[in-house]
Ligand binder design. Structure first.
Ligand code: ZN
Length: 204
């Protein structure tokens, strides 16, 4: 038996504010409330004071309404409405953190259409970041490439929620529409933040 069995693992679980499911807290978004009653995302779960947790599944983000946030009034002095502000803050905090994380891969990332398409023919799991404003032709080309890789039994994670300006900022270039990374370099946390960012962006 490993050390983290049973009760120890349960201690690290938290209940989602919206769906009430219990999850590993490191896989959830912690929210904290400041003195002015504003709710903030606490990405690294280090902010002092009491917090509450969101599982960040699509359904919970869709179900996150001001009425649901009102439930926090039992424990916090929360100002309402602020669902829209909370989503905006969360998107911005995630975007900044992702730029920081992705930029660390600048030296090993493959950038631009030709280099990425070339990389797709190689074996090994790949993370592909395709800008949402990349243009139909490039989107089609990348999707075809991923489909061929899938048929060849190669794993590809496609992230399609960033803009060209996001990728340009992350990789310190003028303009980047597509980039790829060997997933051996990509942490679970980075993948999780990417998924969250794309979901938050889609909901606006
Ligand atoms: Zn939930």
């Amino acid at each position: 038996m490993s050390k983290s069995s049973g009760s120890e693992r349960k201690l690290k679980q938290r209940q989602c504010l919206i769906c009430r499911d219990s999850e590993e807290k490191s896989m959830m978004l912690r929210l904290v409330v400041d003195d002015e009653g504003r709710i903030w995302p606490d990405l690294f779960q280090k902010a002092p004071g009491r917090g509450t947790y969101l599982c960040m599944k699509q359904a919970c983000l869709t179900g996150l309404t001001d009425r649901k946030l009102g439930a926090l009034r039992n424990r916090f002095n929360v100002q309402l409405p602020q669902r829209a502000n909370l989503m905006e803050r969360t998107g911005e905090v995630l975007r900044r953190q992702l730029v920081r994380l992705v930029s660390q891969f600048g030296a090993v990332a493959v950038l631009g259409r030709d280099a990425v398409m070339h990389q797709m023919w190689k074996s090994g799991p790949l993370l592909v970041m395709l800008a949402s404003d990349a243009g139909d032709a490039l989107v089609q080309q990348v999707e075809d490439g991923i489909d061929k890789r899938r048929k060849a039994g190669e794993k590809t994670i496609l992230l399609h929620g960033f803009s060209t300006s996001f990728l340009a900022e992350a990789f310190a270039r003028d303009k980047i529409s597509v980039a790829a990374l060997d997933t051996a370099n990509v942490s679970t946390k980075l993948q999780m933040f990417c998924d969250w960012y794309v979901r938050v962006k889609e909901l606006g």
